[in-house]
Design a protein around this ligand. Sequence first.
Ligand code: FES
Length: 104
Amino acid sequence: MADFVTVAQVSALPEGSATQVSLRGQKISLWNVGGTIYAINDICTHEECDISDGGTVVNGAQVECPCHGAIFDLRTGDAKALPAVEALRTYPVRVEGDAIQVAM
Ligand code: FES
């Protein structure tokens, strides 16, 4: 069974916002899209920019890297637009009260 760890608070992540957290040495970004929270590796597979540092949500539940415009699906991690071709890892998320918990 997955081991969920509290990484942030829902109250600190309003709809439309993102934040970066660190879990076991991995930079993970949390995205609140319409009240659904997604967790995805924050390091772009193109040239390793931190996506949450200026990235924007597009096309529903996709995110655009601020560096060169690659787009990733927050649900699957799949690269949807060049220049990235490699998927990002995604992580299971659950909310317990105000706690956002992520499993690795
Ligand atoms: S580093 Fe993200 S698109 Fe280039």
